[in-house]
Design a protein around this ligand. Structure first.
Ligand code: HEM
Length: 360
């Protein structure tokens, strides 16, 4: 039987949250000058459906899989909070103590069998306290800043990245046009290029990239960005490993050998920092609070009931953590919900990464 979003109350809640955000997203764009400029779209207006169409136009349709970050594995573990974040936010997860985690490592794109490459962005999504009320869900990447700062920028970038039929690579003219129309993306590229990737999933730093407001018990709200800094030794990236799943295989082997650990770091904005532009890094001298340790100690292939069936909607937040006004957030929430609804209604194929049989 295909998975259903009605399987659990919390999934239904997240889809409802997503649906609410879609309303806001559409309203926002009805009154704006954002247009779908590509060969697909819905009558010129940018909507969650335009994003789903664009993902399918670029990657093809892979039924039952995420329309982005389709290749992944599910992990579980826990977060051991040391209480240091509790001054910034009243969220229960930041008080001293342990919270269960369900997560997912992934690579971007809609193709669930894409070959692992060292240069592809690495994703780590976590649901703190799943299943349960007051969850905190986050989907992070191993890059220092995001590539674009608006839904239109994401959409234009997606279309420009479509591999050409003859070369299998993005059309250089389309990419030049995209970068000329989005100078913030050209600047972000330089920042990203200056920080080469590490050897794999286990030694990557994952960043939430969007800012959120941390609200304390007195109601003061401070913009914060979070990141996970690896406690494993850091290696340099291999050009590529053996086999199509080498990076996932390394991750599986590493988790089976020892639990993997990251420090949860909270970077606190100063008044001059823009919380609404994910392409701009905040200065390195900002206050950083070490809030505790994320421990991931089990890995399994995607299957019914594990992280496969979670929508890592960045607007599923506990009391004490609130969204900023970053326009990417409501767009993400709406598009993730549209992707989730689509895949939940389809029968999944076999995932590319079978954690029981490391593929080399
Ligand atoms: C407008 C901007 C964005 C759009 C339209 C977008 C779209 C998507 C979609 C459709 C999915 C699949 C959702 C699902 O079926 O569950 C996804 C997954 C993901 N995205 Fe985004 N995304 C955006 C921005 C970002 C940003 C800023 C980050 C990093 C901070 C990010 C990181 C991820 C990760 C790690 C996943 C995989 C989550 C999982 O394992 O379920 N995305 N994205």
């Amino acid at each position: 039987m295909p998975p259903s979003w009605a399987d659990s109350a919390i999934d239904r809640r997240s889809v409802l949250l997503g649906a609410a955000a879609i309303g806001g997203f559409l309203a926002l764009h009805l009154g704006s000058v954002a247009y779908a400029r590509g060969p697909v779209g819905s009558g010129g207006r940018l909507t969650p459906q335009s994003f789903i169409d664009a993902f399918q136009h670029v990657n093809g349709v892979h039924r039952g899989f995420r329309r982005n970050h389709a290749k992944g594995v599910s992990v579980t573990g826990y977060f051991e909070s040391n209480g240091n974040g509790a001054d910034l936010s009243r969220a229960a997860v930041l008080r001293p103590g342990r919270t269960k985690l369900v997560g997912r490592f992934s690579l971007p794109g809609g193709n669930p069998t894409v070959a692992d490459t060292a240069g592809a962005n690495r994703g780590l999504a976590l649901a703190f306290g799943y299943p349960g009320s007051g969850q905190w869900r986050t989907a992070m990447l191993n890059i220092p800043v995001f590539t674009v700062n608006s839904p239109q920028g994401f959409y234009d970038q997606l279309l420009a990245s479509k591999p050409a039929a003859d070369t299998g690579k993005p059309d250089p003219d389309a990419m030049t046009q995209f970068l000329a129309a989005h100078p913030e993306a050209a600047r972000a590229r330089d920042v990203i290029k200056a920080q080469p990737p590490t050897s794999g999933f286990a030694d990557s730093t994952y960043r939430g990239l969007n800012a959120f407001l941390f609200a304390d018990t007195a109601g003061n709200a401070t913009p914060v960005r979070w990141s996970l800094v690896p406690m494993q030794p850091i290696g340099t990236a291999a050009a590529s490993g053996a086999g199509p799943n080498w990076m996932f295989d390394d991750l599986i082997t590493a988790i089976r050998r020892n639990p993997l650990r990251w420090r949860l770091m909270l970077t606190v904005a100063e008044p001059q920092d823009d919380p609404n532009d994910a392409t701009v890094a905040w200065p390195p001298e900002r206050r950083v609070v070490d809030a505790g340790t994320v421990v991931l100690d089990a890995v399994e292939p995607e299957r019914r009931g594990n992280a496969r069936d979670i929508n890592f909607d960045p607007l599923v937040l506990p009391d004490g953590i609130e969204p900023s006004d970053d326009p990417l957030l409501s767009a993400r929430s709406a598009v993730y919900a549209a992707s989730f609804r689509r895949r939940a209604g389809e029968t999944s194929g076999t995932p590319a990464v079978e954690a029981g049989a490391v593929s080399r």
